[in-house]
Ligand binder design. Structure first.
Ligand SMILES: Cc1cc2nc3c(=O)[nH]c(=O)nc-3n(C[C@H](O)[C@H](O)[C@H](O)COP(=O)(O)O)c2cc1C
Length: 347
């Protein structure tokens, strides 16, 4: 308790970190609590937004639709600060229209879109004064969503939790920065104040943090999963196609090692064949999601735990408010430790 209230006191004394992103939302810190399937919940969203960042969650974490609506009402009643929802914008999500409408009715200010085309979300969000940031992993997709009217992109680089992109964030962010007119949010490996300072130096106007928040007191997952995030090193993270057919980052538990990280040959053939692809992809997705759900919510030896390489920067389980506070404190300490003297060219 004492620790929490001193953390609160410290946060209140800290100045803002003003960027294009914080100005867009009227928030103090350029930190998005990234949406995480099975992990993000009402408590995390409220705590991160109240701490000065912006909390988000995947709409599909609450099923059926009535549960989702209850979650939205609960968030709106517990914070007046901006918060957001992640909507999967491809055909696999039959709820897309409802997910969007209910979030707008509840007052969501940020939409994070992943996978397919964000056109509908952008159109409807803009009518209601909300902003849309789209997950991208390369320049082509980033330019496409910029043309569609996205307010910004989330540059998901290598090492991220979930479906990581192939390009290092150190290259991805400045590469996109050279070509885009809209703000860029850096994702993948940002889990400390140092890395936030690096992201802003690269040209990002915010960071999108997932893995760090798994090890939060509010995260609604099994304690063994949180402990695994604290204990793991970056070398324990492997990419597997067994969950959704596309590479996803997971902790290399004995079960993952036993299972292997490739699809079984039969499923691979079905997935790649034009006649069976249509049925195989949803089947792989369904089986993978069921496995993730079992591992995240109940202790089991079948542990498939999703997390990114920034596990190496996570050393303890803290409340979301304490996490935001420590990120901001470390950010200021980092910035003030950078060399500032000007270089003189020798003649
Ligand atoms: C456990 C887990 C679940 C995730 N689920 C989703 C999701 O449902 N939708 C989404 O757009 N991104 C998802 N992501 C990706 C995050 O939103 C974010 O981009 C990523 O975690 C950033 O990298 P970091 O983990 O290194 O912080 C997930 C990430 C993790 C770790």
């Amino acid at each position: 308790m004492e620790q929490e209230s001193s953390a609160r006191g410290a946060a209140e004394n800290m100045s803002e970190i003003p960027t294009e992103f914080t100005k867009l939302f009227g928030i103090r810190y350029p930190i998005i609590g990234a949406p995480m399937f099975l992990v993000s919940n009402v408590e995390m969203v409220v705590a991160i937004s109240e701490a000065g960042g912006i909390g988000t969650f995947p709409a599909l974490n609450y099923r059926p639709l009535e549960e989702y609506q209850r979650a939205l009402v609960a968030i709106a009643s517990r914070t007046k600060k901006p918060w957001g929802v992640n909507i999967i914008v491809n055909k696999s999500n039959s709820r897309q229209g409802d997910d969007l409408r209910l979030a707008l009715d509840a007052g969501a200010k940020l939409f994070v879109t992943s996978l397919g085309s964000p056109a509908q979300v952008i159109r409807e969000a803009h009518k209601n004064g909300a902003k849309v940031f789209c997950d991208v992993t390369n320049l082509e997709h980033a330019l496409k969503v910029q043309d569609l009217g996205a307010d910004g992109v989330i540059a998901v680089g290598a090492g991220a939790g979930g479906h990581a992109g192939p390009v290092s964030p150190i290259v991805l962010v400045p590469w996109l920065k050279e070509k885009l007119k809209i703000p860029i949010v850096a994702a993948g490996g940002f889990a400390s104040g140092r890395t936030i300072a690096a992201a802003l130096a690269l040209g990002a106007s915010a960071v999108h943090i997932g893995t760090r928040f798994i090890a939060s007191t509010e995260a609604g997952v099994d304690p063994a999963y949180k402990k695994a995030v604290v204990d793991a090193t970056p070398e324990d993270i492997v990419m597997t196609t067994r969950i959704s057919g596309t590479p996803a980052a997971v902790i290399k538990t004995p079960y993952v090692e036993k299972l292997g990280t490739d699809l079984p040959l039969a499923l691979k053939i079905l997935k790649d064949h034009p006649l069976t692809k249509k049925y195989a992809v949803p089947l792989i997705h369904f089986l993978g999601m069921r496995q993730l759900e079992e591992a995240a919510l109940k202790p089991s030896w079948k542990t498939v735990w999703s997390a990114g390489q920034s596990v190496g920067l996570v050393h303890e389980i803290m409340s979301c408010e304490q996490i935001v506070t420590s990120l901001v404190e470390e950010y200021f300490a980092t910035v003030s430790s950078l060399p500032t003297s000007s270089c003189r060219r020798s003649s």
